[in-house]
Design a protein around this ligand. Structure first.
Ligand code: GLN
Length: 250
C-alpha cells in the first residue's frame, strides 16, 4: 500500500534532525512492502482534505516557531478535520507546542496554535534538558517504555482529562512537575522527545504506521509483521540507561 505523509514546515522545524523519524517510517514501511510518499506542506500551502494518511511536524526554536505559527493556526480546521478522519500525526517539541492552543514565549508574546491538543505552553526561565524514560499505555492494558531526549523551555499544561502520551519515569516531561509527557488525541501523538525518537522506539513507529495504513485502507485495520529490531533494541537500552542514570524524576 501507499502511505501519504504530509511533512509540515520541514525547512523551519527540524531541530536535532527530527526528520530522521521520516526515514524510519520509510524504511519500516518498505520492509513490509509498503511505500511512503512524502510531500512538504510549507507556508501558504493548503492542507488538502483527504490528501494524507500521516502528518509529521518536527521541533524548532522559538524564532522558527514564530515564523510558522500564524500559518499553522490558519490550518487549524484542516488539521483537526484530518485527525477526526483518523489520520495519524506525530508532532515533536516545537510542533507539539504549536498543535496546542498556543505558546507564550519568554518575551511575553503569544503564538497561536492549531488547538488540536488540549494544552497551553508557557516558556519558563530554565530549560529542561536530558534523557527521558516514559511508560506509555496507548492501547489499554499494553504498557510500553519510550526513551528519548528533551530540551525545552516551554512548560506544557494539559487540560484536566487530557490524555498524556506517557508517564515520566525519568526526566522532566511536559512541565517538570505533573509527571505527564506528551499528549494523545485520536491517532495524533505529541511529545517533547527528540532524537530522532523513532529509531530507538520502533514500536511507536509501527503504532503510527498501522494507523496511517488503516487510514489509507479506508478504515480497515492493517497489521505489520514484526521485524528483528536488534539494533533498535540496543539503541533503546542505551538511551533508557542514560535516562535512568539521571536518578529519578526531576
Ligand atoms: N522553543 C521551544 C522551547 O524551548 C521548543 C524547543 C524545541 O523544539 N526543542 O520550549
Amino acid at each position: 500500500m501507499r502511505i501519504r505523509v504530509g511533512h509540515l514546515y520541514p525547512a523551519y522545524l527540524n531541530i536535532y534532525a527530527d526528520r530522521g523519524n521520516i526515514a524510519v517510517f520509510d524504511r519500516r514501511a518498505a520492509l513490509r512492502g509498503h511505500e511512503l510518499v512524502v510531500v512538504s506542506i510549507d507556508l501558504g500551502d493548503e492542507l488538502e482534505p483527504g490528501a494524507h494518511d500521516l502528518l509529521y511536524v518536527g521541533g524548532g526554536q522559538d524564532r522558527e516557531q514564530a515564523l510558522i505559527a500564524p500559518d499553522l493556526a490558519g490550518k487549524a480546521h484542516a488539521v483537526r478535520a484530518a485527525v477526526d478522519d483518523g489520520v495519524a500525526v506525530l508532532a515533536v517539541c516545537g510542533g507539539y507546542q504549536l498543535l496546542g492552543r498556543g505558546y507564550r514565549g519568554r518575551d511575553g508574546s503569544f503564538m497561536p496554535g492549531a488547538g488540536l491538543f488540549p494544552h497551553e505552553t508557557v516558556a519558563g526561565e530554565t530549560r529542561m534538558i536530558g534523557d527521558v524514560l516514559l511508560r506509555c499505555e496507548l492501547d489499554p492494558g499494553v504498557r510500553r517504555p519510550l526513551a528519548g531526549f528533551e530540551n525545552h523551555a516551554g512548560r506544557t499544561l494539559l487540560d484536566p482529562g487530557a490524555h498524556p502520551l506517557g508517564r515520566v519515569v525519568h526526566g522532566f516531561g511536559n512541565d517538570g512537575s505533573s509527571g505527564f509527557e506528551g499528549c494523545v488525541v485520536g491517532n495524533a501523538l505529541g511529545t517533547y522527545l527528540h532524537g530522532p525518537l523513532l529509531p530507538r522506539n520502533p514500536w511507536l513507529a509501527d503504532w503510527l504506521l498501522e494507523r496511517a495504513l488503516a487510514h489509507a485502507a479506508g478504515g480497515r485495520a492493517v497489521r505489520l509483521d514484526p521485524l528483528p529490531d536488534e539494533l533498535e533494541a540496543e539503541a533503546f537500552r542505551i538511551a533508557a540507561g542514560r535516562a535512568r542514570a539521571r536518578g529519578g524524576r526531576r
